[in-house]
Design a protein around this ligand. Structure first.
Ligand code: FMN
Length: 188
């Protein structure tokens, strides 16, 4: 099994990274030999969608054609069994690094259907400073609906609030357990 892990925060020791680590452990409980492919989006040279239309041509390949570091990420997305996202909430929304990749999914969206593998599962862990996890539930719901192609593919979401401080070392055990459960669910 192959799991791609998308770290969307610029903080490699932040909360989303901490919860992603825990979710990966959950995934590995089910698939001990899984190949884990970590991607730190902030390290990549990536452009936003140029709306060039190349991905919509009749004979276009099944993904975005723009030549930058996301090309490999988008290609790998077509090959893995599961994709796990960790996204911080910035200004009541998913952050810019996540948005850049989400827009580039346009190349997967063909006239008839998505070119993403239908059996591939996705999950997202959203983190936010606000302790009220209902406050930005719409953001999680959008990402889950998007990754799940509105119910055509399996996608799970988890929002964790109260993420305050210089790093994710204060992540409470109770929340770590939720992240681990999400990883298990993604693997089952
Ligand atoms: C520019 C910026 C905007 C933010 N906006 C919000 C917000 O609107 N609501 C919220 O609950 N937290 C907000 N936060 C807090 C982050 O979501 C929180 O610190 C989170 O833990 C960051 O993710 P990370 O720890 O993985 O880096 C914001 C943080 C930054 C840097």
């Amino acid at each position: 099994m192959r799991l791609m892990v998308l770290y969307c925060s610029p903080r490699k020791n932040g909360y989303s990274a901490r919860y992603l680590q825990e979710a990966v452990l959950g995934y590995q409980e089910v698939h001990p030999n899984a190949q884990i492919i970590p991607v730190h989006l902030n390290d990549l040279n990536m452009k936003g969608c140029q709306h060039c239309g190349a991905c919509k041509a009749e004979d276009a390949p099944p993904l975005c054609l723009l030549e930058d570091d996301l090309k490999q990420v988008l290609q790998t997305t077509l090959e893995v069994d599961a994709v796990l996202w960790g996204i911080p909430n910035y200004m009541a929304d998913y952050n810019a690094q996540a948005k850049t990749l989400i827009d580039r999914y346009y190349g997967y969206m063909k006239k008839e259907a998505s070119t993403l593998p239908s059996t591939q599962k996705s999950a997202v862990i959203m983190v936010q400073g606000n302790p009220d996890t209902d406050r930005f539930k719409d953001v999680e719901e959008f990402v889950v609906g998007f990754l799940g192609q509105r119910g055509r593919r399996v996608a799970y979401g988890l929002t964790i609030g109260g993420c305050r401080g210089v790093d994710g070392s204060a992540a409470p055990q109770e929340e770590l357990e939720k992240a681990r459960n999400l990883g298990r669910k993604l693997a089952e």
